[in-house]
Design a protein around this ligand. Sequence first.
Ligand code: ATP
Ligand code: MG
Length: 564
Amino acid sequence: MSEMTPSATPTQSNFIRDIMAADLASGKHEGRVHTRFPPEPNGYLHVGHAKSITINFGLAGEFGGKCNLRFDDTNPEKEETEYVDSIIEDVKWLGGDFGGRIFYASDYFQQLYDWAVQLINAGKAYVCDLSAEEVRRTRGNFTEPGKDSPYRTRSVEENLALFERMRAGEFPDGTRTLRAKIDMASPNLNMRDPVMYRILHAEHHRTGNQWCIYPMYDYAHGQCDSIEKITHSICTLEFEDHRPLYDWFIQQLGIYAPQQIEFDRLNLTYTMMSKRKLLKLVKDGHVNGWDDPRMPTISGMRRRGYTPEGLRNFCARQGVSKTNGITELSLLEYFIREDLNKHALRVMGVLRPLKVVIDNYPDDQVEWMEAVNNPADSSAGTRQVPFSKVLYIEQDDFREDPPKQFFRLSPGREVRLRYGYFVTCTSVVKNAQGEVVEVHCTYDPATRGGDSPDGRKVKSTMHWVSAVHAIGAEVRLYETLFTKEDPNDVPEGQDFTSNLNPRSLETVTARVEPSVAGAPPMTRYQFERLGYFCVDKGSTPETPVFNRTVTLKDAWAKIEKKTK
Ligand code: ATP
Ligand code: MG
């Protein structure tokens, strides 16, 4: 994947901020800004939600306003408490400050019901006996108007009685609906007598069996916004065509009118964001749970080592627009790397160890070398790293027959071991298969610390660990979960799982310098020259586990690809 610099992206626009500023200036909404983030608790939050969170909480914060967390829990069948809990945790982790304002659409079920009765009384809603299939068939399409339901002319009294009986549980699922009486010939299909309530004898995660009719999203959402006195109801572009309906309900009811504003969804290359499909990945065991570090979920990214700041910076950089586009995954990685670079402590770890013996180094000697913890932050100080006769270096850092541009260790070549010494390769030991299993070197005692006293130059500086001091660690290396930029791009008859990347997870047994011993989960490091790594939630002092968060931008990887 190519590295993309943020300057290559269009400059961010934020027309929503402009609208808010203008509304504040004109005194609309009594000079308040009050937004909400309204997830449906039918899955874990993903990076697309992070964009919505950043916009809703970010703009409220900027204008001294408030942002509510509201669960859009109108569909009892797919919603679970586990999702509610994870969403609260994720929003908090991203820095969303809802200050105790956690609301549920289900809190408003009685009010929504009362308002539905008000609409029936006003002749603006009716009970319809058509099946879901018949409603769909009579809806018409973009070129043809819909057909009026034969039940459209029911009297107010009959509608009130039937709606009451729907609520009382007298009818089986799907036999009746409450529909808004608007216009079956409207050019906007959403306005063709949309369903407001359906019958569903299902237990709800909060209201239990209290209700057997549930409001549809389009009927519930605007009214929930109104109850909470939301000023700007920010949602994604697919709701643009629903806005007339959003406004219609509010106008008919004569209640406080929030303003719906739509923005573009975040789409990322190599990334799937549909919750339904993410659930399938979890259920079918393609990944190890919602917080698998390969998942585009906020919990997966957190476990992988992404920082809330990095994610927020990325989202802020997206800006908002009125057309959906696709963002390069490498841009997200850029922002994560940029933030980690400022804070992550540097350590040395070897992912694929190759043994190095320094023949002229005293057998039992150990020297503790001073190493810088973070060149980007001098206050992070230094640490001591042990150097001894037997070391490990990266297998990739040695070639018996080096190609032209390979400047790392090879027979006869001198290199610098970072914070250690200059060493020169003198010979190799091979196994029966002819693979190099041990490299012998000599060191120059005058180069202690990796400094060259006579100005002698070497072309490569390499990381290493002392064999007896290093700790073994399981390191999980991740690639994209999908092999295609568009995971939904599949041949006929196949589904998106056929684009899963069989190499998305590789586990290696690494050797890491002893300073990381016992580091608690979520500790983030830069393994020098390799990338950023984060201690996994399942890591213990006995069996440390690291997740690779993101690689470093490594010029060498590119040259290697060319020469291989
Ligand atoms: P899915 O279709 O995957 O279930 P959704 O849009 O139904 O996603 P919700 O839980 O309803 O998910 O979303 C909560 C909020 O997050 C909504 O305001 C929604 O518009 C916003 N959101 C969801 N996905 C994205 C995305 N990819 N980019 C930006 N905002 C998003
Ligand atoms: Mg939704």
